[in-house]
Design a protein around this ligand. Sequence first.
Ligand code: 13P
Ligand code: SF4
Length: 310
Amino acid sequence: SFLPNDLFIAINALKKELKAVILAHYYQDPDIQDIADFIGDSLGLSQQAASTNAEVIVFAGVHFMAETAKILNPDKLVLLPDLAAGCSLADSCPPKEFAEFKAQYPNCLVVSYINCSAEIKAMSDIICTSSNAVKIVNQLPKDRPIIFAPDRNLGRYVMEQTGRDLILWQGSCMVHETFSEKKIVQLKIEHPDAEVIAHPECEPSVLAHANYIGSTTALLQYSQQSPSRTFIVATEPGIIHQMEKETPDKLFIPAPGIDNCPCNECPHMRLNTLEKLYLAMKFKTPEITMDESIRLAALRPIQRMLELSV
Ligand code: 13P
Ligand code: SF4
């Protein structure tokens, strides 16, 4: 077959040959996380993409993440192991509909969550991630109405935290909307000492039970610092791989979904495999490409975010 016996050795050899860096999100399969040069949340991954000296960026994540890396690095080859790795949240905000929505509010500032297409970024004033959304909205002028897109759950959470009224695009993430409040409450009864840690993409009914709310990196850090021994984790369970690595003596229970799904894996993130990662590097495809005018328009709000996040 095409595939070498030891994919780890083969990928590491290709990494040297291509002068490549492998950036991986926490929702990737554990073996992909283990071979990555950097694992992070969306902000951390964008910061790495903005500062890397590598000639090739292999992005083990979803399309909008690799696209952001390409926007920041037009002259580098940016590979995504499976181009079909999209995002239900990004898909919930089609550019044409969003342009019409935006046109209804002429004096508005547009804050877009990084989980959106380059076209939506190009229509935005500033980008945010789950780790800096509150900080960024707090820094915006008080006399302008603000559209927040595309995630309504993060948007509602930011409204609560900042006390500002936001005009919300009604998008959501298929993974974070499947957690069952009822099953989380049952788990809390079974594990009275457990803390619930949740991603702000979860619905308000789930966030209401959370002891801590944050981005994937923030949840990982909290799980290390908290004296608790047991955590009910309301986000994609890929992050549990790093939580168990950092604190192997603690218990991490994935929050269950409404349909009894024990795991809530993101079907888009999980399209990437170690085999596809190897093949992408070996054949230098599939690569991210985009229209230069959209890239330039999308770059400005990303740069504003990076400036406000240091
Ligand atoms: P963060 O890792 O930035 O918290 O994002 C979570 C997510 O849903 C990415 O798709
Ligand atoms: Fe998109 Fe949700 Fe998957 Fe993240 S977990 S990539 S927001 S569908």
